[in-house]
Design a protein. Sequence first.
Length: 76
Amino acid sequence: MALSWKARRRWALVVLVVGLPVYIVLAVNLVDLFDRPHFLVEFAIFAGLGVLWALPLKGLFRGISQPEPEEERRGR
């Protein structure tokens, strides 16, 4: 079952406020397990991890910045 626009908006907020900071802490701790690499390698790792978190959540974030769809407003 697909999430409603309002539910997707709420889950997107939860992901951004709770999930993203947790992901950042995990990513930094993961990189800290190894000796500090060259800054370009370190930049590439963080850039890759920065894109990687958004790929599975792309559908959740799609369209949430738009106004509420008409069909959902009429259903109230």
